[in-house]
Design a protein around this ligand. Structure first.
Ligand code: ADP
Ligand code: ASP
Ligand code: MG
Length: 408
């Protein structure tokens, strides 16, 4: 007997038929003698609908109330999934995040999980129930409902698997595994049988939405056996996230290409070049809980420095307001501007460590298509570039081809 956590995304629970389908798979695992915890997302499109509903009353909705509203999407699907299971003669119980007690901090709309109380779930599992838990939501120490950021149900699944000491966490979605890049953009993309944890972390952090980055972080921290599978196919092993690079296997140099349309670029031009500038600019941004991704600072011959960084598109206006209202008076920049028509494209692979020339191959490939690179950032296993968003698809396609990632 194993304890298995199965997470189903929005398209997998998009309507009653699909929910019935989920229940049938869960029933098969129960019939094999396993204990099963099911985590579900809201029906596809529902979270967006709820956010838009809130925006009809307030352009930038109050975060506490927004979490109250969007968390209802998952409350519907847990109840529905439990009903479908009960109809199949399976003992099942639905739980909100608060009922489990998935304790988070109070950073509404992007809360972090601090602790999961497993007492109730364990007791129900031992009594033969399937526990159906709402993804994406938690509760803070004061009892307020919080949510974990878009795509957060993946994190609920993996965090529950870690807390319960599950034997495996299965992420069921609308593709049958992790591909060399998003198969919706590049139909020639190839499914990977396995991918190292490090690569998956990098792909997720660079924008591959197949797994939310925090879910991969949890899997790494607690060594959760994590697999991505299709909820629409009965067969198939999906993609296993592995923790050791198999040294008997030739590692591909590049495993995948990620892209991100959600970032915006902020440029602060002509700042006097002196110690403390980076801190003066980014300190107030961090204090406002705005995540910064890429950063570039460049000093010109005139002794003035230009400073560019990227933030989530949703936070560009907030960041610009902070710079104009609080920071500009101290730094005296010549110009502060924002650009949200950008995209980031990243090539990822642990094999890069032992190979030189990947960056030049990437830059050459983009140059041959006339794609201008606006920013570059590298790590041991990644090269990321920011380009005009209109070149995103072209850039991903030509890089996928140049690095020979197509299916055989
Ligand atoms: P769910 O609702 O099940 O959580 P998501 O839409 O969040 O599903 O994630 C699955 C989607 O991720 C796929 O439909 C695919 O378009 C996208 N995706 C992006 N990059 C990849 C990749 N490298 N491999 C597989 N899917 C990817
Ligand atoms: N329903 C939430 C979202 O759309 C969480 C999830 O699907 O993982 O972001
Ligand atoms: Mg998702």
């Amino acid at each position: 007997m194993a304890l298995i956590v199965q997470k189903y995304g929005g398209t997998s629970v998009a309507n009653p038929d699909r929910i019935r389908n989920v229940a049938r798979r869960v029933a098969r695992y129960k019939a094999m003698g396993h204990q099963v915890v099911v985590v579900v997302s809201a029906m596809s499109g529902e979270t967006n609908k709820l956010i838009n509903l809130a925006k009809e009353l307030m352009a930038e909705p109050d975060p506490r109330e927004l979490d109250m509203i969007v968390s209802t999407g998952e409350q519907v699907t847990v109840g529905m999934t439990a009903l479908a299971l009960i109809e199949l003669g399976i003992k099942a119980k639905s739980y909100t995040g608060a009922q489990v007690k998935i304790l988070t901090d109070d950073a509404y709309t992007k809360a972090r999980i601090l602790n999961i109380d497993q007492v109730n779930l364990k007791a129900d599992l031992d009594a033969g129930y399937v526990c159906v838990v709402a993804g994406f939501q938690g509760v803070d120490a004061q009892g307020n409902i919080t949510t974990l950021g878009r795509g957060g149900s993946d994190t609920t699944g993996v965090a529950l698997a870690a807390a319960l000491g599950a034997d495996e966490c299965q992420i069921y979605t609308d593709v049958d595994g992790v591909y060399t890049t998003d198969p919706r953009l590049v139909p020639e993309a190839r499914r990977l049988n396995s991918i190292t944890f490090e690569e998956m972390l990098e792909l997720a952090s660079q924008g591959s939405k197949v797994l939310q980055i925090r879910s991969v972080e949890f899997a790494g921290k607690y060594k959760v056996k994590l697999r991505v599978l299709s909820s629409f196919e009965e067969e198939g092993d999906g993609t296993l996230i592995t923790f050791e690079e198999e040294d008997n296997m030739e590692q591909p140099i590049i495993s995948g290409i990620a892209f991100n349309r959600d970032e915006a670029k902020i440029t602060v031009l002509g700042v006097p070049d002196k110690p403390g500038i980076a801190y003066q600019i980014l300190g107030p941004i961090a204090d406002a809980n705005i995540d910064v991704d890429m950063i570039i600072q460049n000093t010109g011959a005139d002794g003035a420095t230009d400073f560019t960084f990227t933030v989530h598109k949703n936070e560009m206006n907030k960041a610009l307001a902070i710079l104009n209202d609080k920071v500009q008076a101290h730094i005296g920049a010549r110009e502060i501007s924002g650009d949200d028509k950008i995209a980031k494209v990243s090539v990822v692979g642990v094999g890069m460590r032992s190979h030189v020339g990947i960056a030049s191959q990437m830059f050459r490939t983009l140059a041959e298509e006339g794609i201008n690179i606006q920013m570059i950032s590298t790590s041991e296993i990644k090269i990321a570039v920011v380009v005009d968003e209109k070149y995103l698809e072209l850039a991903v396609r030509v890089l996928h081809k140049a690095f020979e990632l197509e299916g055989k």
